[in-house]
Design a binder for this molecule. Structure first.
Ligand SMILES: NC(=O)c1ccc[n+]([C@@H]2O[C@H](COP(=O)([O-])OP(=O)(O)OC[C@H]3O[C@@H](n4cnc5c(N)ncnc54)[C@H](OP(=O)(O)O)[C@@H]3O)[C@@H](O)[C@H]2O)c1
Length: 256
């Protein structure tokens, strides 16, 4: 509705006479990589951006972006810190959030998740951040999403989390993304009757620090800008029909 009002103000030449409320997006892990690019593109498109990150004091690039775009609010949020989640939810209680993007994620220690040398602490950390963090943040902000016009919850999965994908490496990371997909499917079941749609979206193979950690240098790589622009299109076009089904950043569905 707010988007329609904005369009009406523009078309009627009323810009300046009345200011329509912008849509709002909350992003986790927005200090770098894809989260930063989401914050940048949504801010440039005129959205109000709640850009969360673990260490705002050290988020120099994000602070520089927020200095240019007054519609960006930087907030502290470690997705596995329950106290921080609760404090932020209290701060934004009653504020509609149109799109909640669970972007924060870790690859974890690669050798310590290879079958033959697995490590319990590495497993716990990967599952905690990639799965529990997304569920806990979604639970904390569900009322904000339900109260919004767009009502969209997004989680960034990976093509590597598809059961159809094969490969001997990254046991825990793959398992975490498969579990994240199932968790989002369950959340979809809970919130469908409230009109909420859920995006389970893979960012293709995007140039970020994570990709460097991963060590991939193949031909499939796209820039973070292209990946996020594609994912924003996917988010804009989400429907009950596509809700909670895995979609790549190029808009193509892929197997669970
Ligand atoms: N790049 C790809 O091709 C690719 C492919 C498939 C899936 N993905 C997924 O896309 C998402 C973003 O990946 P990326 O490539 O942008 O990775 P990245 O460059 O490594 O960035 C990861 C982001 O997550 C944040 N983060 C990590 N742990 C956190 C925590 N406990 N609380 C809050 N934030 C935390 C990091 O913050 P700090 O700076 O504080 O560490 C950073 O902002 C991840 O979920 C990843 O699994 C990426």
């Amino acid at each position: 509705m707010r988007h329609i009002l904005t369009a009406l103000f523009f078309s009627a030449g009323m810009l300046g006479a009345q200011v329509a409320e912008a849509a709002t997006v909350l992003i986790t892990g927005s200090n770098r990589g894809l989260g930063f690019e989401f914050a940048k593109q949504y801010a440039e498109a005129g959205w109000d951006v709640i850009a969360t990150c673990r260490s705002p004091d050290q988020a120099d690039e994000l602070k520089a972006l927020a200095a240019k775009h007054k519609n960006i609010s930087i907030e502290r949020l470690d997705v596995v810190d329950e106290g921080e989640i609760e404090a932020l939810a209290v701060k934004y209680k009653g504020k509609p959030i149109d799109v909640l993007i669970n972007n924060a994620g870790i690859l974890g220690d690669v050798p310590k998740q290879t079958f033959g040398s697995v490590d319990r602490a590495n497993f716990d950390r990967i599952m905690d951040v990639n799965v529990y963090g997304a569920i806990a943040v979604t639970e904390a902000f569900r009322d904000n999403v339900v109260a919004s016009d767009e009502k969209k919850i997004v989680a960034l999965t990976s093509l590597m989390g598809s059961i159809a994908a094969t490969g001997p490496s990254h046991t825990f990371y793959r398992a975490s993304k498969a579990a994240l997909g199932m968790s989002m499917r369950v959340i979809n079941g809970h919130l469908r009757r409230d009109g909420v749609v859920v995006g389970v979206i893979a960012p293709c193979v995007a140039e970020t620090d994570m990709l460097k950690e991963f060590g991939y240098e193949g031909p499939m790589t796209v820039s973070a800008e292209t990946a996020v622009s594609g994912m924003r299109d996917v988010i804009a076009n989400l429907t009950q029909e596509t809700s909670a089904k895995p979609i790549n950043c190029d808009g193509k569905p892929f197997e669970w």
